[in-house]
Design a protein around this ligand. Structure first.
Ligand code: CP3
Length: 355
């Protein structure tokens, strides 16, 4: 068998990969699996290549991005790769003074809080992120029939980092702006929608097979406030990439009450965390969309048998749904045993083979 021969059980054609078929709600050879934050600190090979290189610097080096993105694909045999970057990369690329502090997250030197501050949020030009185009091209050449998922942060989640100046538990300054100056808020989210749209377009045009919009912190909002003050900007992002025909995934944490709206915003696939069983999540999302999720990432710290019981429960919850992509309900936790992730991929594949 030469290196180019198809591996047994692996799709030979990208379009027919289990992941893309599930996104389109077509029959699959097995339930596809990938993990949010599958690249990163849980992997010793990641820690090794990142030694002495700051997070944001690593995101600007196509050689490193390619290696780090491929690491979990090689190790775990997941059904999709996710482009290694961060949601704040496009903001850095337009000149916002920010850094990712280890163990903390993105920290913005001068928060965005006034109308004058908006001027710093100029549109992103594809040339600002030429390293993304280059890395996506390198990656798609290496990945062959394994799909590459591009991603971006949604306007609300980006706004939270910009307005708060860093990670926030309660998003109080963000909400103060949203309720206190709806016009400035709408202008801020609109600028972020433009930046996010370009960042996704760059990845799709370079060869990404799907995109995920991370609205990680949208679960902090009521459905009414989400629909009024956030959804229009996310809708604009999804509409701007609709013509490419690549699946669009929408995800947030604690968004049980928002699942219907997040689907309506223009997603083909809606991600749910572990708080809502997948069958119920699919009911809330409504017909015509696939669902992604939703094993609690903390479950991976339990013994193997317990992980399998919980993974089985996720599969049972998803039984009969038209399109399920297995994932965690949020990102892989840094202390996770990578072998537990590899075993989980094998378990889901084996349990769903021929289903
Ligand atoms: O494998 C993948 O999923 C791709 C890589 C990826 C990263 N960030 C790399 C990263 C993705 C998809 C993200 C998205 C991201 N970044 C989100 C949305 C997803 C989510 O988790 O809800 C958010 C909210 C951020 C902002 C951010 N960046 C946080 C909260 C942190 C963690 C801070 C910490 O150190 O605990 C980061 C840093 C970051 N982004 C790391 C990685 C691998 C860790 C930094 C490092 O390795 O030095």
């Amino acid at each position: 068998m030469s290196a180019n021969d198809p591996q047994p059980g692996k799709p030979t054609d990208l379009h027919d990969s289990a992941f893309l078929r599930a996104c389109r709600r077509e029959a699959v050879p097995h339930t596809p699996v990938w993990f949010m934050r599958q690249a990163g600190r849980s992997l010793p090979e990641y820690r090794k290549v990142r030694e002495g290189i700051a997070m944001l610097d690593s995101c600007m080096r196509p050689d490193l991005v390619t290696e780090i993105t491929l690491q979990p694909v090689r190790r775990h045999g997941v059904d999709a790769a996710i482009y290694f970057s961060d949601i704040v990369v496009p903001l850095k690329a337009i000149g916002i003074d920010l850094d990712i502090k280890p163990g903390v997250g993105p920290v913005v030197e001068e928060p965005v809080r006034t109308r004058a501050d908006l001027d710093r949020l100029r549109p992103l030009e594809p040339d600002d992120v030429g390293y993304v185009t280059e890395a996506v091209r390198l990656l798609t050449a290496e990945l062959g029939a394994t799909p590459l998922i591009g991603f971006a942060g949604a306007p609300f989640t980006l706004a939270s980092y910009l307005v708060e100046g860093g990670p926030s538990r309660n998003h109080e300054r963000t909400k103060a702006l949203m309720y206190g100056d709806p016009e400035l808020w709408a202008a801020l989210l609109d600028r972020l929608a433009v930046i996010t749209s370009t960042f996704l377009k760059v990845q799709i045009e370079a060869g990404a097979s799907a995109v995920q919009l991370f609205d990680s912190w949208a679960g902090a909002l009521s459905e009414a406030d989400y629909r009024l003050s956030v959804m229009p900007a996310s809708e604009k992002v999804f509409a701007s990439v609709a013509h490419y025909g690549v699946p669009r995934i929408h995800f947030g944490v604690g968004t049980g009450e928002l699942l219907g709206a997040m689907g309506e915003a223009g997603a083909d696939v809606v991600g749910a965390d572990w708080r809502v069983p997948l069958g119920e999540a699919a009911r809330r999302v409504g017909p015509g969309k696939a669902v992604q999720g939703n094993l609690d990432p903390a479950v991976l710290f339990a013994p193997r048998e317990a992980v399998e019981v919980q993974a089985r429960r996720v599969l049972d919850d998803a039984r009969g749904l038209e399109g399920h992509i297995f994932n965690l309900g949020h990102g892989v936790l840094p202390e996770t045993d990578p072998d537990a992730l590899t075993r989980l991929v094998g378990y889901v594949h084996e349990q769903t083979a021929g289903s």
